[in-house]
Design a protein around this ligand. Sequence first.
Ligand code: ZN
Length: 397
Amino acid sequence: MCNNWKDDPEIQRFRDYLRIPSVHPNINYEECVNFLKKQASEIDLPISVYEVVPRKPVVVITWQGSEPQLPSILLNSHMDVVPVYEDHWTHPPFEAKVTDDGFIYARGTQDMKGVGMMHLEAVRRLKNAGVRLRRTVHISFVPDEEIGGVDGMKSFTETDDFKKLNIGFCLDESMPCPENAIIAFNGERTNRELKVTCRGTPMHGAQLLPGTAGEKLHFIIDKFMKFREEERKKFEAGTPLGEVTTVNLTQVEGGVQVNVIPENLSVSFDIRVAPERDHDEFENMVASWCKEAGEGVTFEYFVKNPLVKSTRTDSSVPFWGALKDTVENMGIELRCVICPGATDARHVRRRGVPALGLSALARTPVLLHAHDERVHVDVFKRGIDVMENVVSAVANV
Ligand code: ZN
């Protein structure tokens, strides 16, 4: 049974944030920044707005700990949301309507304005209750995660301002879980976007000679597809998606006319390399396929993200133990997996800071980027309870 959300200020503030249409493309973040300034002033916490890239604000609200010299805790969320197909929505995606059965419908409820508001509301509750934590807690709201975070978290992590935050542990986003469990992400796969171009001798379509672009393209596609098949078998046998390397053919280009054997044909692949796979070995394998395919076969990477080490989930990261105990003591299972996609946490991990994705959205269908994205009011409230305990635990480590 949902609680009386109509008089609930936490629900009302969440809905106010959801109503800001910070949706791609060309987002104006001003309204988000103003909303967050208002929140910070209500909670009586200092707020900083960094513009590493103009019009791409990074907002940081800071709650100083009793031992501010200790490495701090960062609670990160992104302000942007992905576009919507409004015709497919039962309720308008930027109205944040609450239905009679207690669901808040809006883009960003799950990904990830809901998580950002849980961070903020957890700190608001703790501070209002007169609690004082050992470590400083920074709550950040960043732009452009949904388009790779290059002008957002990535740029910010390269600044002195980021270094000065002295972060010891970061929490970011994961995904909802339909069961009574919370998903944590401790690592991500490495994204590679590759284009292979095959050059051959152009000739009349009636010829039957070797060395055509088509033969070389066939060889390349065959290699990638065989590799893909092996990984698909592992996935079907139960290996989580984040732990297999996915290869998908996404574009084929070339040719001029049906009766002309072309000079150029190219094929592009979206590749996500699993953290456990040897990245150099994988790259060498791709290079050797291109060599074997014959003369005139070249490749280039559009995206070649570096390997980022996963955050360890053992006693070497004491924050992990504190977090796990806290969630489990609340009767909720904590499932830690490798993120099948990508989040801003990778930029933080790249700076050597342990980071975990954690969206406290148990008993919730997975509707990230989907039509009718929604969260139940009770789930949101429970998520704040979880974050209140988690923030206390990790900031007191
Ligand atoms: Zn997200």
